[in-house]
Design a protein around this ligand. Structure first.
Ligand code: ACO
Ligand code: OAA
Length: 376
């Protein structure tokens, strides 16, 4: 059999795509021809949603129409909320999110239709409902009242409001919106690959997204943002950072929020944007200590391992200062990434070939049942 084995499929081209590309040489994340960081500085998350699903940046009218379609789809079936309330209190919120997405799948009349139009409609519904599943799963786990979506707030402000119960300030809303943009899409990470593999059997969008949630939970992927915040809290202050990291490195532990399969020895441009956002937010909230701790961690890791922070490293303290509970950091990442996953599933369904790779078999051959001492 021909074909070479690349552990972890490193550098293997898995798909053709028109959605995004990590141009490591130019240190640029290309999103349908635009630079993701430029987009994050100049447009809103809903503009990026439109860019990803419609293929171009929207006019003002189109963007307003998109916002209206999303708001029309706000709200969750009462039975789905009951399912979230019935989950054991210790349920990981990524598992609750996975359950919530599965629970609403059966309500979607378009579920078995793989056409572009039906997948578009489902994407809008998911974008409208996933933030409420995220927020409700937290409140349900805390056995506290759920927060209903508000039509008078922007998409991002409403998302943050449903989590914290407080209407965000203009700065908080803008910073959160920017974080959703940088989390929205990133070419072929494990979760998107998982979704495309699932979609390639002609499975539906809800199933593919559920698979992406399961993938994103892992600490080598999205789960790192929660782990970063726990590390920062464990360090406590500026003095605590260096010894904590050095201790972990001595014990050969991985430092969460550093390194990346594609960038590895280069900075993740998204992390640098979130670093700027953290500096501004920390100054506004008189929390500069947190920013300084992160900078110390970055310097230590660069000196000791030559590694740079990835997005999760700086998104974590930003979310902390926005008042998001740590257990929701990864679910919020998934909510932001829903649009990217939807775009990839639409692309996969539009031009499908079943994913079915081969193996390099290392086990025994030519054994015979009669020569083994079965059951003796
Ligand atoms: C938004 C996101 O999902 S970004 C990813 C978020 N995940 C994390 O932050 C978890 C921490 N980081 C990591 O574990 C890794 O950097 C990954 C999983 C992201 C990428 O890993 P891979 O591409 O598989 O790289 P690999 O594991 O081969 O690492 C290469 C070398 O760098 C080291 N290394 C990589 N990341 C780290 C880290 N965070 N801390 C310590 N050492 C690290 C490895 O130990 C290895 O060293 P060695 O060659 O001496 O054995
Ligand atoms: O690209 C990856 O492998 C992981 C990542 O940074 C993301 O999904 O945002």
């Amino acid at each position: 059999m021909s074909g070479s084995f690349q552990p972890g499929l490193e550098n293997v081209i898995a798909s053709e795509t028109e959605i995004s590309y990590l141009d490591v040489e130019k240190e640029q994340i290309v999103l349908r021809g635009y630079d993701l960081i430029e987009l994050a500085k100049t447009v809103t998350y809903l503009d990026v949603v439109s860019l990803m699903l419609d293929g171009s940046l929207p006019t003002h009218e189109w963007r307003n129409a998109l916002e209206l379609s999303l708001k029309t789809e706000y709200g969750l079936p009462e039975d789905a909320l009951t399912i979230l309330r019935l989950l054991p209190q210790q349920t990981h919120l990524m598992d609750a999110l996975r359950t919530g997405i599965s629970a609403i799948a059966g309500y979607d009349q378009d579920i078995e239709d793989r056409s572009r139009e039906a997948n578009y409609r489902k994407s809008i519904r998911l974008l409208a409902k996933v933030p409420q599943i995220v927020a409700s799963s937290y409140h349900a786990s805390m056995r506290q009242p759920l927060v209903e979506p508000r039509q008078d707030l922007s998409y991002s402000a409403n998302f943050l409001y449903m989590i914290t119960g407080k209407v965000p300030s203009e700065m908080e809303e803008k910073t959160f919106d920017q974080s959703l943009i940088v989390y929205s899409e990133h070419e072929m990470p494990n979760s998107t690959f998982a979704a495309r593999v699932i979609a390639s059997t002609q499975a539906d969008l809800y199933g593919a997204l559920t698979g992406a949630v399961a993938s994103l939970k892992g600490t080598l992927h999205g789960g790192a943002n929660e782990a970063v915040m726990k590390m920062l809290l464990e360090a406590g202050d500026e003095e605590g950072m260096e010894p904590l990291i050095l201790g972990k490195l001595t014990r050969k532990e991985r430092i969460m929020g550093f390194g990346h399969r594609v960038y590895m020895k280069k900075p993740d441009p998204r992390a640098m944007l979130m670093k700027e956002a953290l500096a501004a937010l920390a100054a506004a909230k008189n929390e500069e200590k947190l920013y300084r701790m992160c900078v110390i961690g970055e310097e230590v890791m660069n000196r000791e391992k030559g590694l740079y922070p990835n997005l999760d490293y700086y998104a974590a303290p930003v979310y902390y200062l926005l008042g998001i509970p740590i257990d929701l950091f990864t679910p919020v990442f998934l909510a932001a990434r829903t649009v990217g996953v939807c775009a990839h599933v639409m692309e996969q369904h539009a031009n499908n070939r079943l994913f079915r790779p081969r193996v390099l078999y290392k086990g025994p051959r030519d054994l015979h049942p009669n020569s083994a001492s079965v059951g003796s």
